[in-house]
Ligand binder design. Structure first.
Ligand code: ZN
Length: 131
């Protein structure tokens, strides 16, 4: 408790307030913003979390689609096709964040990591291929 009001002496003459929000005061160098690296990483982690929050809906959509493809792969017919409704019921979104590639016959596929898929022309069936 008494530590709270004690001003920490670091390597410098300037009286500073730690910029992480802990309100601890210290004497440090002019350009020193934080008491130590743990206070600095607290701020950097918060910044990163804030940035990641923006991407979360996209990432979740991709994750759910990937999991649906994984499950769907067990139910495809002999040519790898499955009714799209089975997948969307599992959370699959054909327009989710993916990468694209073409096979030797120039057929376009979308893929997430090791699972590729393409939507049939009638948009009712999806072919899933494990890469
Ligand atoms: Zn701090």
């Amino acid at each position: 408790m008494e530590n709270k009001n004690e001003i920490i002496q670091l390597k410098g003459p300037h009286l500073k307030t730690c910029e992480c929000g802990c309100e601890q005061q210290f004497y440090g160098r002019r350009n020193q913003k934080y008491i130590d690296d743990s206070h600095k990483s607290k701020v950097n982690n918060a910044k990163r979390d804030e940035k990641m929050k923006k991407f979360k809906p996209l990432v979740n959509d991709m994750l759910h689609s990937y999991e649906a493809l994984e499950k769907g792969l067990k139910e495809v017919d002999e040519n790898g096709w499955i009714y799209i409704g089975k997948l969307t019921k599992l959370g699959f979104n054909p327009d989710c964040l993916t990468q694209q590639a073409k096979d030797i016959e120039k057929t376009e596929f979308k893929y997430i990591l090791d699972l590729a898929f393409r939507v049939y022309e009638d948009e009712k069936y999806i072919q899933i291929i494990k890469l």
